[in-house]
Design a protein around this ligand. Sequence first.
Ligand SMILES: NC(=O)c1ccc[n+]([C@@H]2O[C@H](COP(=O)([O-])OP(=O)(O)OC[C@H]3O[C@@H](n4cnc5c(N)ncnc54)[C@H](O)[C@@H]3O)[C@@H](O)[C@H]2O)c1
Length: 257
Amino acid sequence: MRLQGKSVLITGAGSGIGKCTAQLFAAEGAEVIVCDIDAAKGEETVAEIAAGGGTSAFLQADVTNPESVQAMVKAAIERFGRIDVLFNNAGISGVGAIHEVEPDVWDRVINVNIRGVYLPSKYVLGHMMERQSGNIINMSSCIAEIGLARRASYAATKGAVLALTKSMQVDYAPYNIRVNALLPGTIMTPFVENYLRSSYADPEEGFASIKSRQLTGELGRPDDVAKAALFLASDESKFMMGSPLYIDGGVVFGKNA
Ligand SMILES: NC(=O)c1ccc[n+]([C@@H]2O[C@H](COP(=O)([O-])OP(=O)(O)OC[C@H]3O[C@@H](n4cnc5c(N)ncnc54)[C@H](O)[C@@H]3O)[C@@H](O)[C@H]2O)c1
């Protein structure tokens, strides 16, 4: 029970890594606010947590919309009394080199992946500052550190999230608030299934190609990232501040040849 007594808000908790993290955090004793734009998926996460004996509540929000996020944060604090941990996890992929990416696609990826970290943080931070206590985990990606083909918009956002994490940490350290980032490699979720379908004529060939980037030769699983998020959310990581945590099967620091 490494999160006993903690209240945690996770964005994008209706699918993939966010969903798996919500389940793990609830099993570790946290009260989990499951936030997603997709109500059906978010409610499913809550039902699964309830079936496992955990405590959670679904609150719908679009992380790009200030009114929606502000109302969700207010409702979360009303429901559980406080937010100890904010996990800014919601994100979308963006495929294409710069010359291929249309401006509306570029804007959408930037909006969800950067504004979607800024807005929940903005509305939760006032509450955390008042309590002189808090913990924020931002979802970056190993793409912030390495070049990968035809991911320009996505790479730009995840690099921005890593830089933002460091800047936030300096601003909020005086309030006893920690801010760290997760940098996963390729993790098998619906996000990657969509990416394979939209990027490769032959998704099987694409799958083999992305698997070969990992030194393990296999993709990561959502619970690999959820366990790293658990470490950051718990007091076990209390000396980690403004840090990137890699969960990438050796993509960033390894070499395959
Ligand atoms: N899967 C990977 O390989 C991988 C690698 C590195 C980083 N990441 C990052 O991890 C995070 C989660 O990815 P995943 O693979 O679990 O994806 P996923 O597609 O399985 O889940 C993302 C969730 O975010 C929600 N969401 C999307 N837009 C939203 C919005 N505007 N407001 C609220 N919720 C919204 C979706 O409804 C979905 O439930 C993303 O930020 C992604 O960039 C994923």
